[in-house]
Ligand binder design. Structure first.
Ligand code: OGA
Ligand code: NI
Length: 207
C-alpha cells in the first residue's frame, strides 16, 4: 500500500529539482494528523520538549535572539506509536532517492513548538560542522491557522521572498544547502514536525 501515487511524487520532485523547494498541501490525511497532534500534546504535557539550540553538540548554544522553539527529537523505535508517520516518510525518501539520484541514507526529525511571540531568524539548515543535511522537511500541524496568526516560513530567493503559510497537513521540502529561510514571528502557538534527509547516518555529523 502506498500513501501517494507516483504521478504526484514525480510532480513534487520535479518542482523541488526546479525551484529548490516545493509546497505540498494535504500531505497527510486527517487520521494521521490527529495521531501526530495528540502525540505532540502528550509530549508537551509530559514536558518532554526542550529549548532548541543552534550549532552542533560540541558548540551547542541556546540563543533566544536566534530561535525560540522547543523541540522533541523523534525515535522510530521509542516512538513506535508514530509508525504510520515513519512509513510515510520512508516512502517519500525512497521516491526522492529514486527520482533525484540522491544518496539519502538516514532521516532525523523532531517536533517543534513555537510559543506565541517566537521566531527563527534567517538561516541555512546546513551549518559548518554539519554538512550532511540534503533535504529539509517541514510538516505543519497548527490547528486552525488563520491569516494574521503569523509564523509563516519566509523563503529568500534572489528576486523575491516567498511566504509559506503554516497550514495544517501542509508539507514543505527544500534543499538544505540552497534555501535561505526564516520562521516569521508567530502570534499563536505554532506546531510542526521538522526533519532532514541525510547523506550519512545520524550521529556522524556530530563527530
Ligand atoms: C528549522 C526551520 C522552518 C519552519 O527548523 O530549521 O527552518 O517553517 N523550520 O518551521
Ligand atoms: Ni531551518
Amino acid at each position: 500500500m502506498s500513501f501517494h501515487n507516483d504521478d504526484n511524487y514525480l510532480d513534487w520532485i520535479d518542482q523541488l529539482a526546479l525551484n529548490d523547494y516545493v509546497v505540498i498541501d494535504n500531505f497527510i490525511d486527517t487520521e494521521l494528523y490527529k495521531l501526530i497532534l495528540s502525540f505532540f500534546e502528550r509530549k508537551r504535557e509530559e514536558e518532554s520538549l526542550k529549548k532548541a539550540g543552534i550549532g552542533t553538540f560540541s558548540q551547542h548554544q541556546i540563543d533566544l535572539s536566534v530561535r525560540g522553539d522547543y523541540v522533541y527529537w523523534l525515535d522510530k523505535v521509542r516512538d513506535e506509536s508514530l509508525k504510520s508517520f515513519f512509513k510515510l516518510s520512508e516512502e517519500l525518501q525512497q521516491k526522492i532517492k529514486r527520482y533525484c539520484f540522491l544518496s539519502i541514507s538516514d532521516f532525523e526529525c523532531h517536533l517543534a513548538y513555537y510559543p506565541a511571540g517566537t521566531f527563527y531568524k534567517k538561516h541555512y539548515d546546513q551549518f559548518n560542522a554539519r554538512s550532511n543535511r540534503l533535504i529539509s522537511f517541514v510538516l505543519y500541524l497548527t490547528p486552525e491557522w488563520n491569516y494574521g496568526d503569523g509564523g509563516e516560513l519566509a523563503i529568500f530567493q534572489e528576486k523575491e521572498i516567498i511566504k509559506v503559510e503554516p497550514i495544517a497537513k501542509r508539507l514543505v521540502l527544500f534543499k538544505s544547502d540552497k534555501i535561505l529561510h526564516e520562521v516569521l514571528i508567530t502570534n499563536k502557538a505554532r506546531y510542526s514536525l521538522t526533519g532532514w534527509m541525510l547523506n550519512n547516518p545520524v550521529g556522524l555529523g556530530y563527530l
